[in-house]
Structure formats: structure tokens, C-alpha cells
Design a protein around this ligand. Structure first.
Ligand code: AHR
Length: 701
């Protein structure tokens, strides 16, 4: 039985003994949470069976007890399997120097532009300019990334020998290369030479005093006057988390270098993702991945927008592009194919945001939009079509003969009010629906306050605000029309500004309340993702973010851990409950029933957010559950809190604020728990074997 139909808003009823019509003491079966206005009518209840004074709570407080009654035998309402996913944007070096495990920054020497001389930063010369000269030339083997590096070694003659450790060129990676003893690295590069040289390819320490691993390449003049690809396997014999890659020689002459890549041999599922960061994503069990941005998709200038077709095919041939919104170069090693692969590896559904001919500064006129429409259809063909098609064949050649299940696509990002968006929207919508009627399309226009002027399956909703606002927005969708609107995709949300610090507890607690509101309203909000996901600590372009990393470390902010606390929501069943609230307390809560396929067991998941300054004792009763209904020995309680609201995690204290998991003890009477001030509490209660199973599902799409 569904708790409510789609046409019937789920009105919050906090106290069933004083339901909103004020007239009945009958228990009201609805999925509900408490709202601030109704708090005025809250009962000031006294449960004498509790005595919290022995737990250290003040006498003033001891009788103010929140009571939650769970309708445990109700089948509830299915939460969409898509509800909680992640949003990956190439921002803060999330991909380049982050999730994408490429260790070389500006690997093709293209970041400085196509004109020569070009800036090759962060590459630099090893040796002084009397011994070695680095210059750029448009002589690459690859047409779309024409720049190559020429290394002219002036020393090396009998009269002018080179320094013993050679001269050449160094790349420091993205604020250091994580070289770890005993690990293997694949170093690939293209080279040509006008002379026979001994080339030392080596990882060196940050201070350049230690060689961490190396190989000597003997380059023969005859064979190397044209471009050759070299692949070396380097074993690290020493460790430096901020290492560098160097090419050095003591032989006079010129060599040309291009498309230099280095990867750790171990990557997530062997697909090129930095293992520790991808694992943090896996731990969230994301239902979907929205990619590749954000503003990144748009570009400040249209010429710098992300274009799927420039990011597929052999990596050496990808032109790369300037990420002019977030101000750094992307070599597009993490391209459209790799994003699709990531979704598959994480068991998540892909949500592609494409550029719709709009950048921050420019919009394509509707009369000229058809090539853009064709471009998007080709992109869908790349993901979805059989390998017998043109773009399906490229996907197969890249290693994935089977189509990817691309069923969600966003027409642009934050563009609704930009010139021509709504006119061009229909061109994309009609063409995509005609070719792929099963693809759900996401509009940038907000349908919160009224129907859209165009058809859409979803509308995109973004919210960045302070902690109190976001906490209050747990009710944002309570009154939303259920009848005449597209579903909601809250594809970007977070607490920002002063409340957020660089990832505070306060922000995380508010976000948890907002997410509970999304669960409660998941009949209309079918997808949601926190933003942004990643930040490289050396290039913080947006603050805060869920995962902070550098070349070798990573930690989750409290917001990340809140996301983990919601990892069981997608596909679970939302159960009705009722609350009796003590005066002044206003926690936000939800109750779900989930099925764990691995254990073949059902769990009740009770989440409560206490945004207030006071501890809130809570008593929980279960309507319709047998006495032995809960297997407490296999049940846990997770509490996320800290001493101060502005506390954060850091590289020094990466787990200062994480959910503290305790095993539950069987209560002698009713279950009692405590909600600390500023906390998120999540109970995961395993139902006993005698309870009916399988009412909820834990599988993803
Ligand atoms: O998440 C950061 C940015 O915020 C995104 O790029 C954009 O969509 C939003 O304005």
C-alpha cells in the first residue's frame, strides 16, 4: 500500500494526538515530519518511566522526552532507486590531478596554447640555460594537439661535459607525484631525436636529491628520427609523496618529447581512477553520477566549453581544453567514455549534462542550433548504440562493446534565463525524445512556483545557502504541487559561506536535515546530489566540498559522512511515523525499511537530525512489531557530532568527525536513545527472522 498517492501532498502531522485539524486523538497514518509552525502546538509531555538525570542531563530537561512511534508493519512508500547520487564536476582539480590517476600535469605541452613560443608550466628545465634549452614547436605527431617540447642539450661535448646527474626537463605533477616504494608506475611518452642519446627516465624526490626509481633508455639516432612511442615500467625503490618525473641526459643534441603520461599501476578496477578516491565514492553507494559539471560544461567562452567528442578516442589525440570557469587546463584524459566507465564501475546510473550551445558569455541563435542537436545525438549514440553504428563502434574500440545505460540527460546547466535557452531547449528535447523516448530529460528551469512552459521529465534545482536556511528547507518540497510539474532533481546543494568553514559539522547537520526532507518528499524529488564532490587542497576554487585530497592523502568532510549515512535510502521504503515533541525541540527525522540482499535481512533505518543546542532524549516505539521484532545484537547506532559546531576534519585529523558506530543493547522496555546537540543519529535496526522480508529493496538501477 502506498502511504499517499501522487496527487495528495504528504502533510506533516507531528503529534497524532493533536493532529493538524486539532480534532482527533486517532493515530494518523502518514509519512510525516515536524514543521516549525506546528511546534507551537506541541505537547509538553511527561513520561515518568524515563529518568535521564542519572545520565547527566539537567533536571529542567529530564522530563522533556521526544517520542517516536514507527508504523513498522506499514509497507510504506518506495523511495526512487535514483534518489541519492553524486555530482562530479571538473572543479578544484577534481579530475585532473584528482580522481583521474594521471600523474603528469600538462602532459602534451598544450596548456599554454597553440602559438609558439608557448608556456609549458609546470614543466621546467633541469640544468642551467648554458647547458639546456627548452622550447616549444608545432611539430607534434598529433594534429589536434600540435605542440611538442624540444630539449636542446648544449653540454655533453668533451670540452663541456654535462653535470653528472644530467640535464633535461622535470614535471612536478599536480603539486607533487605520489611515488611509493615497492609500487610500479607505467610511464608512456612519445619521442624523436636527432642524435643517439642515453635518456634517463626517473622519479626524483621533491628536493631533487634522491632518485626514487629509474630506467635508462638508449635512443638510437637512426630509429628515432621519427616519433616513437615508449612505455616503461618503473618500480619505486624509495618514497616521496611530492615526487617529480624527470627526463635527463648527458649527451649533446636535441630530442623532442610529447604526450608524456604516468600512471600508478594500481587504479580502481584497472580503469585509471585513483583507487583511494574512487573507493570513497563506492562507499557512498551512489545511485547515479551527474557529470561532467556544472559551469564546467558551459565554459565562460563557448570555445572552452566541454565537448564530448573532443574527449574520446586515444588519449594522445585528445586536444584537451582550458577549463576557463575554474581556471586550469584539462587534458581530458578523464573524458566522456571514462565517466561512463566510472558509473558502471560504481554501479551508478549516468546522468550526462551536455553543452546546449550556451556558455557564460554567449548563446547560439536558434537558427543555428541544429549542429549542436546533431552533436548531442551523436553523443547519445556513443553511449547507447550498438557497435555497428559509427559512434558505437568507437565506444567498442575503446573497450566497451556493450552500450552504457544512459537514461538521464540534462539540457544545459543553470541556463534557464540565458538568451535562447527556452527556444533551443525544444530543439534538443524533440530530437532526443524522437530518437530515444526512454531518455528522461532535465530542464534548467525551476518549476517550484508554477508549471514549465516546456515539457520535461525533471527540473533542476540548485541551492547553496547558510546552515539555518538549508535546515529549514527540509520542508522545501512539502507543499509542492504533485500534479502538474516535472519531478525534481536537486542536482546541487550544500551549506556555503561562513557556516561552512572548509567543511564544518554545522553544515553537515543542516544538509542531513535537508536530505531527510528529500526522502520525505521523494514522491516528487527523485534525484539529489551534494556539490561539489572533490577539492585538491592546493587549488580550492569552491568551498566547501565533500572530499579533500592532495597528491597522497584524502579525507571526507562531515558533509561526506552525512552522505554515507544516507547510502541506504535509494530504493528503500519510507515508513509512516508519528512524533510527540517536547517543548522547543525540533528534530527532523525519517524512518525507512531497507532490504539487505547480502544478508537477506530487513532493517529499519531511523535517522534523526538535532540542529538545536540541547540534547534531546528520544523514546522509540514500534507499532506492529512483535516483541522479538528487532535483533539488537545485529543492530547499530551511528552518531555524527562534535564538541563545536565549526569543528572540521583535516589531513592532521581526518576522522575527527565521523559517524561513531555503537552496537545496540537490547532495551529492558522501550528503546531509548539520545540525540546530542548538533548531531545526526542513524539507527540501523535489523529485523528478527520472524518478520516478513523483502518489503524494501537495496538494489540500484
Ligand atoms: O558546484 C559549483 C558550481 O555551482 C557549479 O559549477 C554550478 O552549476 C553552480 O553554480
Amino acid at each position: 500500500m502506498e502511504a499517499k498517492t501522487a496527487t495528495e501532498p504528504l502533510l506533516p502531522v507531528a503529534n497524532p494526538r493533536r493532529a493538524s485539524n486539532g480534532a482527533t486523538l486517532k493515530k494518523v497514518k502518514t509519512t510525516c515530519i515536524w514543521t516549525p509552525p506546528l511546534a507551537l502546538f506541541a505537547a509538553f509531555v511527561i513520561y515518568e518511566t524515563f529518568n535521564y538525570s542519572s545520565s547527566g542531563y539537567s533536571n529542567d530537561f529530564q522530563n522533556q522526552i521526544l517520542t517516536l512511534e514507527v508504523q513498522a508493519n506499514d509497507s510504506g512508500r518506495l523511495i526512487p532507486e535514483t534518489l541519492f547520487g553524486i555530482f562530479f564536476e571538473e572543479i578544484n582539480h577534481a579530475g585532473a590531478g584528482g580522481l583521474w590517476a594521471e600523474l603528469i600535469s600538462n602532459r602534451g605541452f598544450e596548456a599554454g596554447g597553440k602559438n609558439t613560443p608557448s608556456d609549458i608550466d609546470p614543466w621546467y628545465a633541469k640544468g642551467d640555460e648554458n647547458d639546456v634549452i627548452l622550447s616549444t614547436e608545432p611539430t607534434s605527431l598529433f594534429k589536434r594537439n600540435p605542440i611538442a617540447l624540444r630539449i636542446s642539450t648544449l653540454c655533453g661535448s668533451n670540452s663541456k661535459p654535462c653535470p653528472a646527474d644530467g640535464v633535461g626537463v622535470v614535471n612536478p605533477g599536480y603539486w607533487g607525484i605520489n611515488v611509493r616504494v615497492g609500487k610500479f608506475y607505467t610511464v608512456t611518452f612519445w619521442l624523436r631525436s636527432d642524435t643517439s642519446v642515453n635518456l634517463l627516465v626517473k622519479f626524483i624526490s621533491e628536493d631533487e636529491t634522491r632518485t626514487l626509481g629509474h630506467q635508462i633508455l638508449q635512443v638510437d639516432k637512426v630509429n628515432s628520427s621519427t616519433w616513437h612511442k615508449y612505455t616503461l615500467r618503473l618500480e619505486a625503490k624509495d618514497t616521496d609523496h611530492r615526487g617529480k618525473l624527470a627526463f635527463t641526459t648527458t649527451n649533446q643534441g636535441s630530442i623532442w618529447l610529447d604526450q608524456v603520461s604516468a600512471f600508478p599501476e594500481e587504479t580502481y578496477k584497472g580503469h585509471g581512477f585513483r583507487a583511494e578516491l574512487a573507493q570513497m565514492l563506492e562507499d557512498l553507494k551512489p545511485a547515479f553520477i551527474r557529470f561532467p559539471g556544472g559551469c564546467y560544461v558551459e565554459g565562460v567562452r563557448l570555445e572552452n566549453a566541454w565537448r564530448w567528442r573532443d574527449t574520446v578516442g586515444p588519449w594522445e589525440e585528445r586536444p584537451g581544453h582550458l577549463n576557463d570557469v575554474w581556471n586550469y587546463w584539462s587534458d581530458d584524459g578523464l573524458g566522456y567514455y571514462e565517466f561512463l566507465q566510472l558509473t558502471e564501475d560504481l554501479g551508478a546510473a549516468p546522468v550526462w549534462v551536455f553543452n546546449n550551445g550556451i556558455s557564460h558569455e554567449y548563446s547560439v541563435n536558434p537558427r543555428l542550433i541544429q549542429p549542436w542537436v546533431k552533436d548531442v545525438l551523436d553523443g547519445i549514440e556513443f553511449a547507447r548504440a550498438p557497435k555497428s553504428t559509427q559512434w558505437g563502434a568507437l565506444r567498442a574500440a575503446m573497450g566497451h562493446p556493450d552500450p552504457f545505460p544512459l537514461y538521464h540527460i540534462a539540457i544545459g546547466n543553470e541556463d534557464c534565463w540565458k538568451p535562447w535557452y527556452q527556444e533551443n531547449y525544444m530543439a534538443f528535447y524533440s530530437a532526443i525524445k524522437a530518437a530515444y523516448p526512454d531518455i528522461k530529460l532535465i530542464s534548467n528551469c525551476d518549476a517550484t512556483n508554477g508549471p514549465l512552459s516546456h515539457p520535461a521529465d525533471f527540473y533542476d534545482f540548485h541551492i547553496y545557502t547558510n546552515a539555518y536556511n538549508l535546515y529549514s528547507m527540509a520542508h522545501q518540497f512539502d507543499q509542492k504541487s504533485r500534479v502538474d510539474r516535472p519531478k525534481v532533481f536537486v542536482s546541487e546543494y550544500a551549506v556555503t559561506g561562513g557556516d561552512a568553514g572548509t567543511g564544518s559539522l554545522l553544515a553537515a547537520v543542516a544538509e542531513a536535515a535537508f536530505m531527510i526532507g528529500l526522502e520525505i518528499n521523494s514522491d516528487v524529488v527523485e534525484m539529489a546530489s551534494y556539490a561539489p564532490l572533490f577539492v585538491h587542497a592546493n587549488d580550492r576554487r569552491w568551498n566547501p566540498d565533500a572530499i579533500v585530497f592532495n597528491s597522497w592523502q584524502q579525507y571526507g568532510t562531515p558533509s561526506y559522512w552525512v552522505q554515507q549515512l544516507f547510502k541506504h535510502s535509494s530504493g528503500a521504503r519510507l515508513l509512516p511515523f508519528s512524533l510527540v515533541l517536547p517543548w522547543g525541540s525540533n528534530p527532523v527525522m525519517s524512518v525507512l525499511r531497507r532490504h539487505d540482499e547480502h544478508l537477506n535481512a530487513d532493517f529499519l533505518v531511523i535517522k534523526a537530525v538535532n540542529f538545536g543546542n540541547d540534547v534531546v532524549p528520544m523514546r522509540i516505539t514500534f507499532d506492529g512489531l512483535a516483541a522479538e521484532g528487532i535483533d539488537y545484537a545485529n543492530s547499530t547506532m551511528a552518531t555524527l557530532t562534535s564538541a563545536w559546531t565549526m569543528d572540521e576534519n583535516s589531513f592532521a585529523q581526518p576522522t575527527k568527525i565521523t559517524p561513531q558506530i555503537s552496537q545496540m543493547a537490547k532495551p529492558t522496555s522501550d528503546l531509548q536513545v539520545v540525540l546530542p546537540a548538533h548531531s545526526v543519529v542513524a539507527l540501523d535496526l535489523r529485523l528478527g527472522d520472524k518478520q516478513p522480508k523483502g518489503l524494501g529493496s537495496s538494489s540500484h538501477i
